[in-house]
Ligand binder design. Structure first.
Ligand SMILES: Cc1cc2nc3c(=O)[nH]c(=O)nc-3n(C[C@H](O)[C@H](O)[C@H](O)COP(=O)(O)OP(=O)(O)OC[C@H]3O[C@@H](n4cnc5c(N)ncnc54)[C@H](O)[C@@H]3O)c2cc1C
Length: 470
């Protein structure tokens, strides 16, 4: 039986983040993976979606390139070629990650792991079953797409994001997407640019966990690109009709409730994911939350001694960078428990949320509305892009930057960016929020010209003058 300090189940961002950190802290590490290494993020999530979105942007920008003197004439779009590029991107990054793990001294075992008890893992591989022993086990098994249990959910033509992101890819003429979160809006953005007729069914409003103006502005932009949207909508059933699908929904979006049937060639269910906890021997299941995620203490340990959790499975932010940070934190806690010597690591405090539409969306910290609900006194400012040269020359559609300051300490406590390259600028806000940077300190920052981030200065100035940050 092979022995390790740490056996990690799952090679997504949480598992690999933990593996590198644990090796750097001197632990012997084995990672067990039942599918392709890299997890959801690399194989069926972040990377393939962003590859499709990049292709979609290039296509749309070329189509609209006339103002820049770009005329592609009889523009052709070869979808299988884009899928080929997606696969090259994914397989190259996967290979690079495997090499980096191996170079770091991590043992990778391919197979389905099961926790048999504290310190004991069995792995079903192609050639049989292997037993592993470990001082600690880290479960980083992630989530899988959930299908809404409505009538017709199992019909051919009803898909999850996995079907769209793996294999030959899908380019339906009429695509109906159920969901109003990040995955749903990214698919709506990409597929409307590819030329699909996209219908979006949103339970409440778009990106409802973010600042309200973000969802409202994005809805306008998607509608401009031809996306049909039903808000306050509930899917009732899907039927096979005339060689296609017919999705019946009820919507209260227009004020009064009505029933609508939407024809579709494909339905994408992007309305939730299920925690993958099917990996514990009978009698050895840790305590779960009401939503089925694995409960853990401050050191990421589950209710089973020596069995830790990290990433999506712990019920946190459901984001790759949050999973990586949590994996690294868990590894530090495990190293302290296994080797002694104390633990100086702490939980990541500020986790940014990003949406890769055009323009991009990126948020960190609190919104002004959340602050009001919590009774936190704030002064908020908004910078718009009307006089931002970089945004104008890039033909950026409507956008804004909002900054939320604590009215008394004057520290930045929230930021919402709806602009080109928002996902590249948000780490600035993450750091300012983490460090308690004040409005005056930000005012003293010189932003490069011309740049998108220049509008940060306008937002601070607005918080001081109009927002009342005296
Ligand atoms: C379409 C889509 C787009 C996304 N885009 C973004 C984005 O742009 N940015 C972002 O931050 N997040 C994004 N996410 C979310 C991100 O992918 C997840 O938050 C992240 O992958 C979670 O990492 P994880 O390590 O916790 O789990 P996962 O990445 O899901 O990895 C878990 C791994 O564990 C393996 N596993 C499970 N059970 C076992 C077992 N018994 N034995 C062996 N192996 C096992 C699984 O096969 C899997 O490889 C996206 C998700 C989706 C679906």
């Amino acid at each position: 039986m092979e022995k390790f300090d740490l056996v990690i189940i799952g090679s997504g961002p949480a598992g690999t983040g933990a593996a590198f950190k644990a090796r750097s802290l001197g632990l012997t590490v084995c990672v067990v993976e039942k599918r392709d290494t890299g997890g959801t993020c690399l194989n069926r999530g972040c990377i393939p979606t962003k590859t499709l979105l990049h292709g979609a942007d290039l296509l749309r920008e070329t189509r609209e390139g006339e103002r820049y003197g770009v005329n592609a004439g009889d523009l052709q779009f070869d979808f299988p070629k884009l899928i080929e590029w997606r696969d090259t991107v994914v397989s190259t990054l996967r290979q690079n990650q495997n090499t980096a793990l191996t170079k770091a001294g991590v043992t990778i075992v391919h197979g389905a792991a099961r926790v048999e008890g504290p310190g004991k893992v069995s792995v079903k591989t192609d050639s049989g079953e292997t037993a592993l022993e470990a001082a600690a086990i880290l479960v980083a098994s992630g989530t899988t797409p959930a299908l809404l249990p409505i009538l017709g959910h199992d019909l051919p033509g009803v898909y999850t994001s996995d079907h769209f992101l793996e294999g030959t890819g899908l380019l339906p003429k009429r695509l109906t997407i159920i969901g109003g979160g990040v995955i749903a809006v990214e698919f709506a953005a990409a597929y409307s640019s590819f030329g699909s007729e996209v219908t979006l069914l949103v339970r409440s409003s778009l990106l409802s966990v973010m600042d309200r103006e973000i969802g409202q502005t994005l809805a306008l932009q998607l509608k401009k690109r031809g996306v049909v949207m039903y808000t306050k909508a509930r899917p009732e059933r899907i039927e096979a009709k005339d060689g296609a699908l017919a999705l019946t929904l009820t919507t209260e979006g227009g004020g009064e409730a009505k029933s609508v049937t939407v024809p579709a060639d494909a339905v994408l269910m992007a309305s939730g994911r299920t925690p993958d906890t099917n990996l514990f021997a009978p009698g050895c299941t840790p305590e779960l939350t009401a939503k089925g995620f694995i409960k853990s203490d401050d050191n990421m340990m589950s209710s089973i001694p020596g069995v830790y959790v990290a990433g999506d499975i712990s019920g946190g932010a459901q984001l790759a960078h949050a999973a990586t940070a949590e994996g690294e934190y868990a590894a530090a806690c495990i190293a302290a428990a296994v080797k002694g010597g104390g633990n100086k690591a702490s939980h990541a405090q500020v986790i940014p949320s990003c949406v890769y539409t055009t323009p991009e969306i990126a948020c960190a910290g609190i919104t002004a509305a959340e602050a009001a609900e919590k009774g936190i006194p704030v002064a908020a400012g908004k910078g718009v892009f009307g006089s931002n040269g970089k945004a104008f020359l890039e033909n950026q559609e409507r956008g804004f930057i909002k900054l939320v300051f604590h009215a008394e300490s004057r520290a930045l406590i929230g930021a919402q960016f709806f602009c080109n390259r928002a996902t590249e600028i948000i780490p600035w806000a993450v750091q300012c929020i983490g460090d308690g940077t004040t409005a005056e300190q930000i005012e003293r920052t010189v932003f490069p010209h011309p740049s998108i981030c220049e509008t940060i200065a306008a937002a601070v100035s607005d918080a001081i003058t109009r927002g009342g940050l005296k």
